[in-house]
Design a protein around this ligand. Structure first.
Ligand code: ZN
Ligand code: ZN
Length: 97
């Protein structure tokens, strides 16, 4: 019995094109039907999805600069770090882990 249930849950995880694809918030486990809604939820409820420059404390995009303006997207932040500070993000990511 229990195994059958697991099987069904696994199938639900895949998008079978009926518009019921679910995206789960990793923080409160709320599900939404759209990725866009999940992003909005995360920002509204948890206040995340802000990405600050991690390189130069004098950078206007740095978190503790007070006037720092965060990026809304991680890849934009990474792009900034790469272009402005000549940093390879792989290095930063390794250090964070
Ligand atoms: Zn949430
Ligand atoms: Zn910067």
């Amino acid at each position: 019995m229990a195994q059958e249930r697991n099987d069904q849950e696994n199938r639900m995880g895949s998008d079978n094109g009926d518009g019921l694809a679910r995206f789960t918030c990793g923080i409160c486990h709320r599900t939404t039907g759209r990725l866009h809604d999940l992003k909005r939820h995360r920002i509204a409820i948890h206040g995340i999805e802000k990405f600050f420059c991690r390189v130069e404390s004098s950078c206007k995009r740095y978190e503790s600069a007070g006037i720092g303006r965060p990026f809304n997207r991680k890849d934009k932040r990474n792009e900034h770090e790469h272009k402005v500070h000549k940093v390879h993000n792989r290095k930063l990511d390794k250090r964070r882990r």
